[in-house]
Ligand binder design. Structure first.
Ligand code: 4NP
Length: 160
C-alpha cells in the first residue's frame, strides 16, 4: 500500500483536483487497491466541498468524486509515504511542520515532470483549465515514477 497526500492552501481547488485526477489514473491502471490517496490544506477551508469552478473543470474531463476540505497536521505527514505540494509556499509551510527525516517525503507535484514549477493557482489566475493541465501532467509523471520505484510492491510486472 502506497499512501499519497496532496496538499495546497485551501484544499478546495488544486489539491482535491489532484486527489481526484490521481485516483482516476490509479484506477485506470487497476492499482486502486495498492493506493490510499487523500488531500489536505495548510490553511484549509475546513468542511467545504470542492470549489465550484474546480468541480466543473473536473466534470469537463470526466473526473468524478468529491472531497471535503481538511486541515493538514503533522500526523498526515507521519502517516503518508508521499506528500505532494502544489507550489513553493505550500512547500515551505509543510516543511515547517516536519522534523527529522519527514521532509524527505515532501515533493512538488511537478518535480516529476521535465519542467518543475509551481502548479498554476486558479484562485488568482481564474484559469482552472491551466491548473488542471499542470495537475494532470504532474500526476501522470508521478504515477510513472511510483510504478518504476515500487514495481515489486505493486506487482506491476506480473500483470502487465
Ligand atoms: P487552493 O485554492 O489552495 O488551490 O484550494 C485557494 C482557495 C482559497 C484561497 C486561496 C487559494 N483563499 O485565499 O481563500
Amino acid at each position: 500500500m502506497i499512501s499519497v497526500c496532496f496538499v495546497c492552501l485551501g484544499n478546495i481547488c488544486r489539491s482535491p483536483m489532484a486527489e481526484l485526477v490521481f485516483k482516476k489514473m490509479v484506477k485506470e491502471k487497476g492499482l486502486e487497491n495498492s493506493f490510499r490517496v487523500t488531500s489536505c490544506g495548510t490553511e484549509a477551508e475546513e468542511g467545504c466541498s470542492v470549489y465550484h469552478n474546480a468541480k466543473l473543470t473536473l466534470e469537463r474531463h470526466n473526473v468524478e468524486g468529491n472531497h471535503i476540505a481538511r486541515q493538514l497536521t503533522k500526523s498526515d505527514i507521519i502517516n503518508n509515504d508521499y506528500i505532494l505540494v502544489m507550489d513553493s509556499a505550500n512547500l515551505s509551510d509543510v516543511l515547517r511542520l516536519c522534523s527529522g527525516a519527514l521532509g524527505e517525503k515532501v515533493y512538488k507535484l511537478t518535480a516529476f515532470t521535465s519542467r518543475p514549477r509551481d502548479v498554476s493557482d486558479p484562485w488568482y489566475t481564474r484559469d482552472f483549465e491551466k491548473a488542471y493541465s499542470d495537475i494532470y501532467e504532474g500526476c501522470e509523471r508521478f504515477l510513472d515514477y511510483l510504478i518504476l520505484e515500487h514495481s515489486a510492491a505493486l506487482n506491476y510486472d506480473k500483470r502487465h
